[in-house]
Write a protein that binds this ligand. Structure first.
Ligand code: NAP
Length: 287
């Protein structure tokens, strides 16, 4: 049976993966975190042993970057230990795992896009916990995929685009950092990318996937204001140093998609095009 077990199906990304599984008529099971807390190794193994999925798609994670600084144990339980257990389960029960990781495994000191073999050096506890998760999974399972992505947004959950659209609709002024550069990524595109792994089954290992192109958070916010018909001069640039966030952030987090593209997987649309496609839904929801 070609069953898919989707973990984290209520999140920004997971909800888009769920939508794809439905649209493409995959057989799937998507337990909530109440049905299956993936930190509980025994229950996790029992669940997988009973279901016998062919694939596990893991979109579950501790994603509170600043919160991880003071709750490192909790972040590790979900982002490292549970992910390692998925790797062990993959070996024991013969299923492939697709796990999502982050540009925050890098320190942002490069000026060239990071590829899959670039040196990692996370600058915060969240990034550390995600890197440990990658390592544990790949060590435990030869049948695993790690997709590193960046700056995710979608119609579900709390995310930058929804926050900025809310401000733009109210014609509010916003101050946004202009010294961190990365690639916004539509959760819908990434969900399609995940499905293309299931369909094409490339070599297991690490793959980068983000939308094409780059911008600063300030430029990203300006584009959102423009596209929803608000005045982009209400968006003001600030430096990261002026914020008192608990966790550091990489200043540069572009991911090279050369490996992805040469593997014949899903297309990599430009971030501006994908944003334009999703904005009407977000505006309609928030208006
Ligand atoms: N957001 C970004 O900008 C970004 C950037 C780069 C990489 N990523 C990575 O992309 C992936 C998806 O992120 P996201 O932003 O979509 O996450 P999200 O919206 O925060 O969703 C996290 C999901 O994890 C589930 N979850 C939490 N604790 C759980 C537990 N103990 N057992 C089972 N499920 C649990 C949540 O379920 P409940 O709703 O029931 O709590 C939710 O469905 C993550 O691996 C993240 O590290 C995200």
């Amino acid at each position: 049976m070609n069953q898919i077990l989707l973990l984290g199906g209520s999140g920004i990304l997971g909800s888009e993966v769920l939508r794809h599984l439905i649209v493409w008529s995959f057989e799937y099971v998507a337990p909530t975190s109440t049905d299956l807390d993936i930190r509980d190794k025994e229950k996790l193994f029992m669940f997988i042993a009973k279901l016998k999925p062919s694939w596990i798609i893991n979109c579950a994670a501790w994603t509170n970057v600043d919160g991880a600084e003071s709750s490192i144990k909790e972040a590790r339980e979900l982002n490292s230990l549970a992910v390692g257990n998925l790797g062990t389960a993959s070996g024991l029960f013969g299923c492939k795992v697709i796990h999502i990781s982050t540009d925050y495994v890098f320190d942002g000191e490069s000026s060239n896009p990071y590829d899959e073999s670039s040196s990692v050096n996370p600058v915060n506890k969240y990034g550390e916990s995600k890197l440990q998760g990658e390592d544990s999974l790949l060590l435990a399972s030869l049948d695993s995929y790690v997709i590193r992505t960046s700056w995710l947004y979608g119609t579900s959950g709390k995310n930058f685009v929804k926050t900025i659209v809310g401000k733009a609709i109210q014609n509010e002024e916003v101050r946004v950092v202009n010294d961190q550069v990365g690639s916004p990524t539509s959760a819908r595109d990434l969900a399609g990318a995940i499905i293309s792994i299931v369909s094409n089954q490339p070599e297991p290992g690490i793959y980068n996937y983000s939308n094409e192109g780059s911008c600063s958070w300030f430029e990203f916010a300006q584009r959102i204001y423009e596209r929803v018909g608000a005045n982009p001069s209400l968006v003001f640039p600030i430096s990261s140093d002026s914020l008192t966030l608990l966790a550091g952030r990489p200043r540069f987090s572009l991911l090279s998609k050369e490996k992805w593209k040469s593997s014949g997987l899903a297309m990599v649309p430009r971030w501006e095009d994908s944003l334009d496609l999703m904005l009407p839904e977000i505006v309609a929801e928030l208006s």
